[in-house]
Design a binder for this molecule. Sequence first.
Ligand SMILES: C[S@@+](CC[C@H](N)C(=O)[O-])C[C@H]1O[C@@H](n2cnc3c(N)ncnc32)[C@H](O)[C@@H]1O
Length: 301
Amino acid sequence: MQADDLPAAVRSGDTIAVALRKMRLIINHGLAARAVDQDGGLDARLLLLHGMKLSHADLIATPSHAVSGLEAETLTGMARLRGAGTPLARLTGEAEFWSLPFYVTDDTLVPRPDSELVVEAALSRIGRGMTRVLDVGTGTGCLPLAILSERPQARALGVDISHGALAVADRNARRHGLADRFATCLSDVYGAVQDGDLFDVIVSNPPYIETKVIEGLDSEVRDHDPRLALDGGRDGLEVYRPLIANAAQFLHPAGNLIVEIGYDQASSVGALMAEAGLGTTLLHDLAGHPRVLIGHKSDPI
Ligand SMILES: C[S@@+](CC[C@H](N)C(=O)[O-])C[C@H]1O[C@@H](n2cnc3c(N)ncnc32)[C@H](O)[C@@H]1O
């Protein structure tokens, strides 16, 4: 490609409105080069707000404000990375989940909207009293923190095999004023959860992608989400096995195990639940795909 085919960089002295237009062109150029049929207008706007530390209201009020040399460089760099496939959340360092902002780092999965179904299922099964929630593979802490944000009497423990992820979950708990009801613990599934500790709900969105499928994933996932958060082993079920087989010993009698599943895992994960003596309920996402399996120790409530 000729250098003069490249969209112009943002320059010192450009107004915000001009910078925004240039960023959108840079992103769209990168997306088109990767044959991604998408418009980068919204991402350009969100990156500009992040790069210049502005609110939406500031942007509307000051479209003729000029950007500095340093800001111009930052904005151009972020737009080029976004066009080249770096996910928006990796550039801004945060993502929205359950309408709350969560810090994300290279150690965490970017929370996905589909996982909100796990939160909905948990909320519909716990009352408003004192309840205890365990999240296995907590990542950013998005699942238990979303639940705690809706249930002022509830407490939660988030466990993960990644030190880095737990540090992010703790930061997110402080960000949302929930640190006094949320604890974290480094643990391989239930390995470090105390015997005799009982929970009303265990939630989990474990890594569930078959190892051999990972190479074929979209590069925005494969190259940016941590392998630990994606790789479910040879058959995608490696974390589900101990998660499901040992759930009953950490659940109250009326407790529920609520897990996110891949679109084609309802029968394999359901079979693991049946083997563990759990009754099951399957929930579908908005696209109609199986998305959440609930295991009950006793009859569903
Ligand atoms: C798919 S991510 C889910 C993160 C977060 N719960 C969410 O929904 O965005 C899976 C998480 O499980 C963690 N993990 C992987 N293997 C684990 C294991 N054996 N025990 C505990 N956590 C594990 C990963 O580090 C990662 O944070």
